[in-house]
Design a protein around this ligand. Structure first.
Ligand code: SF4
Ligand code: SF4
Length: 163
């Protein structure tokens, strides 16, 4: 098992509801905004990344995801989600990692994630079946031994596992 750093898949799920938390409360300068955390009151001055100005000006993400962070944009060309203020994003965004264990198919596509201690979030029906049959019955979900057993089962079944 080789630990690797968190690698965002740019699915946009996390930021697509962050409009409930982060709101623009000021616009001090061209391209600069004050982003306020509605819960903590923390304010961050963010600036649209120079290479993402065109993407930021495309408002189609906002109509598709009305609860999204005001700086989330989906790129029409590659379908991926981008933070258009990535370089100056708030600390809470820098610290965020949406999974504890990432499960990838051999072709690199996401098959599922383990979030928090042992919450399983599948993207692939084969993995969902494997999980119910062989992993769900294992005792002490989220413990160190559970992690090792889960990773052994997943890698034995041909998945790539990242923690
Ligand atoms: S942090 Fe996770 S949920 Fe958010 S975009 Fe990246 S992979 Fe998706
Ligand atoms: S500032 Fe960027 S990383 Fe943070 S919630 Fe908004 S789009 Fe996501």
């Amino acid at each position: 098992m080789v630990p690797v750093v968190f690698e965002c898949q740019q699915c946009g799920e996390c930021c697509s509801i962050m409009g409930q938390v982060l709101a623009i409360c000021g616009h001090p300068d061209a391209g600069k905004y004050i982003l306020s955390n509605q819960y903590t009151g923390e304010k961050t001055i963010v600036e649209v990344d120079p290479d993402k100005i065109g993407l930021y000006e495309d408002r189609s993400t906002i109509s598709r995801f009305p609860e999204a962070c005001p700086f989330l944009r989906f790129n029409r060309e590659d379908g991926k989600a981008y933070c258009t203020v990535h370089k100056t994003r708030p600390d809470m965004c820098r610290d965020f990692g949406c999974w504890r264990i990432l499960i990838l198919k051999p072709d690199g596509l996401r098959a599922g994630r383990v979030m928090c201690r042992s919450h399983f979030c599948p993207d692939d029906p084969d993995l969902a079946r494997l999980w119910e049959e062989r992993i769900r019955p294992i005792d002490d979900p989220g413990g160190a031994e559970w992690d090792q057993a889960v990773i052994a089962i997943l890698t034995g079944a041909g998945y790539n596992v990242r923690i």
